[in-house]
Design a protein around this ligand. Sequence first.
Ligand code: MG
Length: 394
Amino acid sequence: MRITGIRTHVLLDPGFDVGATSSAQDTIVVEIDTDEGVTGIGETDLNAWIARACIEAPGTHTMDRGLRSLLVGRDPADVEAIWDELYVGTCMTGRRGALVHAIGALDMALWDLRGKAEGVPCWGLWGEARGDFLTPYASLQPEVSSFEAYLESMVEWAGRARDLGFTAAKLEATFSGPYAHKGLSGPDEWVVRVAREVRAAAGPDMTLMVDAQYAFDSVERALRVAEEIAEYDIFFLETPLWTDDIDGYARLAAASPVPIAAGEWLSSRHEFRELIDRAAVHVVQPDIGRVGGFTEARRVCDMAAEAGLIVVPHAWKTGISVAAAAHLATVTPHMPFFEFLPAELCESRLRKDLTVDEPAFADGRLGIPARPGLGVELNRTALREFEEAAARVA
Ligand SMILES: [Mg+2]
């Protein structure tokens, strides 16, 4: 089998809001075509136009090649070897950041392709299923701009998530710092109030996580919040400090009564190596696309296992990323939950409409993916509409 072409689709939710902090509003989807008529689909999470440029740009010398030109004409079967070729072949521009994120979409598509070619789900290419079902958690981020409305929505959404069968939910509680969503701004006490009120409404059995999204500018501030939310039985506190403050994370992780989680923006296992070796987190959170695809995400899972850490991946995108997380969770015993943006509880039309036939979700559980590859079908009508919306802003 040979790769004959790569199609890149830059997609945008026509109702996107530039004031929102939600990368589920746009995406890049890649399709890798072959001479045997099998096509692989992948997605990643970064500026979709930059991702397309990373894939389509040509190269003129051996250490700075184009991703597309490295792939076209190649046999797609040995995905891990291809990862290394892409990483090394683009290293003068890449090695970290956008290039590695873009490799993530291609790597995901190559695993999808291989699964389809062999007639097995992606996870079946890596090992045995660790159980009969998967446990996703619901990520909740109300789209409102006053704290009162936010708190009311969050309590209501947590209740709806529980009614949908979710046993775990993450509260995006960010009222300061660079991620302050929809202009919401307020004291750290608000984070504590959100944890308290959702816990009171959800009852003792639901697993609750809190995402501070880089809100705190000091370890002391983050620790104070961690200490105050601890009594509400919080499973982890996500990204309390700026991503580059590894010293701060190490100090915080050593002192916090609530486990600390981070890693959603990191690219390649090398960035996770530092986080893990310095004991900067308790919960490792690769985004499968951004870290460099399944190949690299699986290496990070292995590193976490060796260090005795759990993995709870980031996935805030379309049904493609949801499927990707489900495949990884199927074979990863130290992944108790994975992020799941429920179509019913999100605003993004990309999340709702881009893919059809998601794995069935019921009673807090997702079935083990059964179809070959990722098992994702694109809704071509929606794809065209989202592509046109993206073309209008470019
Ligand atoms: Mg987050």
